[in-house]
Design a binder for this molecule. Sequence first.
Ligand code: NAP
Length: 275
Amino acid sequence: MITGSSRGLGRQIAEAALEAGHRVVATARNTDRLRDLVQSHGDRVLSVSLDVADPAAAQRAVERAVAQFGRLDVVVNNAGQADLGAIEDTPPESFAAQVSTNFWGVVHVTRAALPVMRRQGAGHLIQVSSLGARMGTPGLAAYQSAKAAVNVFSMSLAKEVGPLGLKVTIVEPGDMRTDILKPASMSVLPRSEPYEEVIGAFADRVLGNSGNQPGDPRRAAAAIVRAAQMSEPPERLILGSDALAYAQAAARELADSDAKWHDLSTSADFPAGSR
Ligand SMILES: NC(=O)c1ccc[n+]([C@@H]2O[C@H](COP(=O)([O-])OP(=O)(O)OC[C@H]3O[C@@H](n4cnc5c(N)ncnc54)[C@H](OP(=O)(O)O)[C@@H]3O)[C@@H](O)[C@H]2O)c1
């Protein structure tokens, strides 16, 4: 079962899974966009309407999946959306919508799937996050903080459900050539004067990159399907060489900062031997 299968990475995952011979519950806000998938793959595809921000719809989607195929082996929480704007320029509605899709969507679908997977004693939750969750980029605070929440939620989840036989993989892609930077997916919020320079420069660079991203969503989807077929899948899967380089730099920066402030950090302890 894949969320956000209408286009982009989700669509590619659905196609790759079907090509590998699996049965797929393709979900989308608008199922008209799944019609061709159903036409070409017949009863190996179940198309289900799902806005991930709606917990009741997530529940219904899981019920339909189980009613049709008898079980639920893999859930890919793929649906996501970002707006671009400074924190001060982001209206609460935009902030809430991004958290709702990127974080609450994962929570709702995961919680709907868990009882089924638990009863099966098997299941794999694949959570599509973003390498940006490790970075903190100007202009993407709402999106990246929601993705960072997905990471920590999924780390806790893995520890809770690992002993029950379930697997969790956090996928952290770099820049992929999908619709994500296009107006169909991303709103660029009006910029106030103080943020013109920092956000404007970033927006020009990022949006100017649309169509030239190094990541191929088809190959990324193939990697995700391969991970789904592993008996010992990765707990974290970075996708793309750009993402790997950013991850390594972010890890080094964090380690360096922790080392630099070592003495101030440890000064917060009671003195050794005191009660
Ligand atoms: N592309 C990148 O560079 C990149 C990098 C890191 C992480 N990611 C993550 O990869 C995932 C896929 O993104 P993409 O690159 O394929 O972007 P995309 O081409 O913009 O596709 C986004 C998909 O999410 C769906 N979606 C958005 N809000 C939804 C909601 N509330 N309920 C259900 N579906 C919803 C969209 O459906 P509609 O057609 O209905 O709008 C669409 O199918 C996202 O989680 C994204 O954050 C992407």
